[in-house]
Design a protein around this ligand. Sequence first.
Ligand code: WQD
Length: 311
Amino acid sequence: MDNLANAGMDSMRRVNEITGKQVPTFSIDMLDKDALRDLFKKHKILCVMHFAGLKTVEESCNKPLLYYKTNIGATISLLEVMKEFGVYNMIFSSSAAVYGSPTYLPMDEKHPVGGCTNLYGKTKYFIEEIIKDICTAENQSNGVLLRYFNPVGAHVSGKLGEDPQGVPSKLMPYVSQVAVRRLKELTVYGDNYDTPDGTEVRDYIYVVDLAQGHVAALKYLKKDCGCKVFNLGTGKGFSVIDMAKAFETASGKRVPYQIAGRREGDIASCYADASLAEKELGWALKLDLAKMCEDLWHWQSNNPTGFRPDS
Ligand code: WQD
């Protein structure tokens, strides 16, 4: 289910191609509870994986009401309909953004949360708290909260990848669009941070490994787990310039860049201690930076202008 605010049905067509399955897909806005009810009536749902939400950090700081309504309001609407239909299992796409500025690194799940440096992170933090409170109040409810670090890459087939509308705000879609010459050069937001090369450090996790983390969480959820939190990251940090160089190596294309001032809401370094997910979920990372960049280049070079506009 997707309201198609930042996606198209073409990506779902490609999921069907890749899997050889016809995944039932619905264009629904989660704020439309009657449409949600229709879906729950038609399909026996055992668990909801909740990925929906706006996620542009800068935009979230300028449009608080839109983000609170879309990310939190729609989640409450979904949770209410789930309760009406006796669906008590949820896997939630949370974010490392709930940690705010690190008080220690690598960050484990015990790291303080709520000191978010941007409104996007606050919405993820509030939704985590809502799910935790529901699991406490209603003991048949189970939730697994997955705190994503920085998902990047594309499916190995080259058929699925990140294709944000407009100019990408995220680093790697921007880098790959520079490599295919859709964009002129990368702007690096600051090179005077307390990091090895002065540019910001993040924990870039391969999106296919991230997807496998959800499959592992679904198996784990069957154990009546209550509400549990897991970091999905690699435990390694790479700088902006590291990533640009890794992509140049993988693609054989130059990624020119210029240094600019810092971006509001950014933090110097952020990377995970992901040992709990490895231990409890049996989730093992498979792919490294080079492979992540190779698959991202395969996607972008096969789809230089992104997905086909929806026919
Ligand atoms: C990465 C680094 C930028 C663009 C993201 C998402 C958020 C959440 C957490 C999942 C930063 C630098 C970027 C550019 C640059 N995701 N950069 N030039 O800010 O870590 O947060 O991950 O829940 O939705 O925003 O990721 O890709 O925006 O930036 O220099 O044109 O690249 O300063 O250091 P970020 P990002």
